[in-house]
Structure formats: C-alpha cells, structure tokens
Design a protein around this ligand. Structure first.
Ligand code: F6P
Length: 327
C-alpha cells in the first residue's frame, strides 16, 4: 500500500455550489490525519501550469457558505492528450503530490480515469455537478442548491404569469439529465415538464395546454430541460404558437444563475461527508474510486463502474406525479 504524504485537491468542469465546502472537508480531514494538502488551481489546467498552493486550515476558513470554487475551475482540452497528461504527472511529482481528490462531473471523472490508468497516482473522485447525472450517488454536489434556485425563479415568474395570464416556457440546465427540470417542475407546480429522458411531442403538449386553458387556468408554466429533444425553449414556444395562440407567450432561459449561490444545508453537509470520505479512502489505500450517497450512507463505487453505467434517476412515480398535479 502506498503511504500518502501530500494530497492534491482540485475542482474541474462546471462549478457547483458545495465545491468549497468539499475542498474545506478534504483539507481539514487530511490535516487531521497529519498529511499535507496542496490546492491545484483551475483543475487539470493547473496541473499543466504547475499552479499549486500549499493549504492549511485557515486557507479554507469562511468558505463553507460560498458558491463557486476558491480553487477555480476549467474545462481543459490539453489534458485530453497523452503529452498533456505526461506534463501534468511530471509537475505533480515535482510538487511532491502523491494522491489526488478530484471534485467534478463526468469530464473530471474521465480525466481521472485516464490519468490513474497511465500513471501511478491514486485518485478518488467526488461527484460535483448541478446536473445529478452521475452513477454511484443518489445526489451530486450542487444539485439540491440548483434545484432550489430554479424553484425560486419559477415562483417569481409565476407571479408575472398569473398577473398577466401568460404562458411561460422556462428553460433549465442539466445537460442530458432531466433531474432539475422534473423536481423543480413538480415543486414549482409546472403545468408541463419536457425532459431529455422522455420525448414530448409538440401536439401532445398543445393538447395539454388546451385542456389547461379550458379549465380556466390563469397562468401556465412549461419547464423545458435544456437537453430535451425539441430544440430548446424558444423553438418549443414558436412551434406551440403556430397552432395555439390563446396565451401571451414568453420564454425565460435561466442559464448560469442556476450554477451560483450559497449552497443549501443539504449540499454543505453532503460536501463535508464526501470530502471526508474521499480522504479516508485515499489513506486506506484505495484508488480509482468515487464516493457517493446511497440511501443515507456514503458508499464507494469504482471509477470504471461510475463511468460505464447510466442511471435513470427519474422514478415512474415522479413522472406520474408531475402529470397528476398539473391537472
Ligand atoms: O454541467 C453543468 C452545466 O451547467 C450543464 O447543466 C450545462 O449544460 C453546462 O454545464 C454549461 O456549461 P458552460 O458553463 O461551460 O457553458
């Protein structure tokens, strides 16, 4: 078993609320265990640029409540090349880093997979993305906060929709996952939710909107997940308007406001649990593992399994609930 002396921690890919709380947990757990911690700035890019800082307990003071990531992040193309990874390895070896905690999404996990197969460096991954699209954890870091941010936006838009008797199409993030759309849609009382996982025909949507109008609904909100297959909220709105022009129709793309903000208490606690578990795994000699929440327990999943499995996280019940509640 490798004895680890210096843990490198980094965040990569899209920022997510809770990443700072997780960095804090990694740093403080490692220090508690008598290890050194090096912060790697800008994810894989920081490995290429040797952009490293030694961290202590005060480096992570007053960050648990902050959105974004104090270590910064990037989507790094050069790390996808063997030459890039060779330079990254050289730099982290020169810095004396002998174990890594990678916090991020699918792209981060893929980078960690290549790196730890090619080089002798133990890596533990923490799922950090608002999309909730990773196998091995019921929830990813940032998803709960982002969903609450979306609900807040839906509530506000509902005020305007109801005051003017309008139809709103609200586009939400999530890449190919409909988790934010479905959960925020149910919590925000949406009349329809369009998901990547379940195609909605425009004619079916129109039929639903006609029924809502017939029932004298004074406002109507349709949540459009960015990954759904009709080409986004503007396209959907235009196609609906061609056949159904009953309402004054508006489109709202929520965009990057969904990624920022102070993490919810759920994300702060999850981040603390996952960061702690990641360090414990590294020190126990594990590598190429991900940590995740299953039920209410922190479990590990191999990186291989996490990357090669897709999980349908939308339950049948939730899909049915979204229909029944919209009537
Ligand atoms: O993965 C998080 C996410 O916010 C997705 O929901 C979205 O598709 C994507 O990142 C946007 O990426 P960027 O900030 O690079 O435009």
């Amino acid at each position: 078993m490798n004895t680890i002396h210096n843990i490198g921690v980094f965040t990569s890919g899209g920022d997510a609320p809770g990443m700072n709380a997780c960095i804090r947990a990694v740093v403080r757990t490692a220090l508690f265990e008598g290890k050194r911690v090096t912060g790697i700035h800008q994810g894989y890019q920081g490995m290429l640029d040797a952009n490293f800082t030694e961290m202590n307990s005060r480096s992570v003071s007053n960050i648990i409540q902050k959105g974004g990531t104090i270590l910064k992040t990037a989507r790094c193309l050069e790390f996808k090349t063997p030459e890039g990874r060779a330079l990254a390895y050289q730099n982290i070896k020169n810095a004396g880093i002998d174990g890594l905690v990678a916090i991020g999404g699918d792209g981060t996990f893929t980078g960690a997979d290549y790196f730890s197969k090619e080089y002798d460096i133990p890596v533990i991954c923490v799922p950090g993305t608002i999309d909730n699209d990773l196998y091995g954890s019921d929830y990813t870091l940032g998803y709960d906060t982002a969903t609450n941010t979306v609900i807040d936006a839906i509530d506000k838009i509902r005020d305007t929709a109801a005051s003017h008797g309008r139809l709103f199409f609200i586009e939400v993030m999530g890449r190919d996952s409909g988790c934010i759309a479905l959960n925020a849609g149910i919590a925000g009382g949406a009349e329809a939710i369009m998901l990547p996982e379940k195609e909605t025909a425009i004619d079916d949507l129109i039929e639903l909107l006609e029924k809502a109008a017939f029932k004298q609904k004074t406002s109507t909100i349709v949540i459009v997940a960015e990954g759904e297959k009709n080409g986004g909220a503007y396209n959907v709105a235009n196609r609906v308007k061609e056949k159904f022009d009953y309402y004054d129709t508006k489109v709202s793309i929520l965009g990057h406001l969904q990624r920022g903000g102070s993490p919810s208490s759920f994300d702060r606690v999850l981040a603390s649990r996952m960061g702690y578990a990641a360090v414990k795994c590294l020190l126990a000699g594990d590598t190429r593992m991900t940590v995740g929440l299953r039920g209410n327990e922190i479990k590990t999943t191999s990186l291989e399994e996490a990357l090669h499995n897709k999980e349908f996280k939308l339950s049948k019940d939730m899909l049915e609930i979204s229909h029944i509640m919209a009537i």
